[in-house]
Design a binder for this molecule. Structure first.
Ligand SMILES: [Zn+2]
Length: 381
């Protein structure tokens, strides 16, 4: 068992693990590569390896330090996530810089993982730059980004760059099977996740994610009118709220665990404050993610119908509902309407992060999709 287990050991990851093992660790890193290529798990694994007391710089993956870091519950590993569309300069000034100049609380290295780092506005990037230029010996920054071109050159040039790739389908299947997924489930999850190993794991093993998928898949056949489309949008919004409630419960446990681990003393209050702020942002983001998940599932559903039409059940992602998809493929709905519906879902999903009223955006999208692609049973075969 090691902290790198469960991450696809591609060449960049092997090189990274090797560098960490040799303690060749510059203080600023950029983990680049498309969404789902495993950048965040790699950052967590690196933070764990750097702090593991059992196997220093390797990461045993089983000690309390490793486990807490991998679960994002360690006082020396800070995750900075966007607040709405941005990581504002205030976040860098208030939560990152002062903390970066404190020595580690219990570990050997203080690690800041800045997720979606390109969402730092230029002011935030410049504020961070100063800290990157005058590093503390025990502090490591990992900038994670799938749009690294949006980072300032001055910031990028300070970082050691690692580029990760999406994991090939066959490799995702292998990983999921080695973790206990049944063969059919592993293939389905791999295909639906398109090389995103975190998503594939959630689809294979996470109860709520699997239940939500069943709900998303039931939506197309129910959207025969704008009213039904609005009902579906309301159901999706309710699911997102439900996921937020569940996360709130686990956050509460996290706060208690942290209080127990730290006791009262030096730096406790600032760590606790940072954690509470992160939790708030996480909840907002989770809601967005669940709404996005439904749109992604709908897009995949319509894409599968097109795939079946062009004769390729091989290219279908939702392999477990082929029988349900076939009548849609035979129905009197044009390819152009399907393509437009897919585009509408994907555009709306992308816009969720910048949209002040996500619920309205979702409703508008579903009403249009219901008009474009009425249920197969209503259109006739
Ligand atoms: Zn360990």
């Amino acid at each position: 068992m090691s902290v790198w287990k469960g991450i696809d050991v591609s060449r960049p990851i092997a090189a990274l693990a090797g560098q960490v093992a040799k303690d060749d660790v510059p203080h600023a890193w950029l983990f680049a590569g498309p969404s789902g290529s495993g950048k965040r798990p790699a950052a967590a694994a690196m933070a764990a390896a750097l702090n593991c007391p059992v196997e220093p710089n390797v990461g045993c993956g089983t000690c309390s330090s490793c486990l807490r870091i991998l679960r994002h519950r360690h006082p020396d590993v800070h995750h900075v996530v966007p607040e709405g569309p941005l990581i504002p300069v205030a976040t860098i000034r208030e939560q990152v810089i002062p903390e970066a100049y404190r020595s580690p609380f219990e570990g050997r290295r203080k690690v800041f993982v800045i997720e979606e780092a390109e969402r730092m506005n230029p002011e935030a990037q410049n504020a961070l730059l100063k800290t990157l230029e005058e590093p503390q010996p025990d502090t490591i920054f990992i900038l994670v980004s799938d749009r690294e071109e949006e980072l300032l050159d001055t910031v990028r040039s300070r970082c050691r760059r690692i580029v990760l790739e999406p994991v090939p389908e066959s490799r995702v299947v292998e990983l999921l099977e080695s973790e206990g997924a049944a063969a059919g489930d592993a293939l389905l999850s791999a295909r639906l996740s398109d090389g995103d190993i975190e998503l594939a794991r959630a689809l294979a093993f996470d109860g709520p994610t699997r239940e939500r998928r069943q709900l998303w898949l039931s939506i197309p056949r129910r959207m025969a009118s704008p009213v039904e489309a609005l009902d579906a949008a309301a159901e999706i919004a309710a699911e997102a709220k439900e996921a937020v409630k569940a996360r709130e419960r686990s956050q509460k446990a996290e706060v208690e665990e942290l209080a127990e681990a730290m006791g009262e003393g030096r730096g406790t209050a600032s760590v606790r404050n940072a954690l509470l702020k992160r939790h708030k942002r996480e909840l907002r983001r989770l809601e967005e993610e669940v709404l996005g998940e439904s749109l992604y599932a709908l897009a995949a559903y319509f894409r599968d119908i097109l795939a079946l039409r062009s004769g390729g059940s091989e290219a279908v992602a939702n392999t477990d509902i082929l029988a349900e998809l076939q009548p849609w493929a035979d129905a009197d709905v044009s390819d152009a309407a399907l393509v437009r519906a897919i585009q509408r879902c994907i555009e709306t999903r992308t816009a969720l992060t910048t949209n002040a009223n996500a619920a309205l955006a979702l409703e508008a999208a579903l009403v249009e999709v219901a008009t474009l692609v009425p249920p197969a049973s209503r259109v006739g075969v």
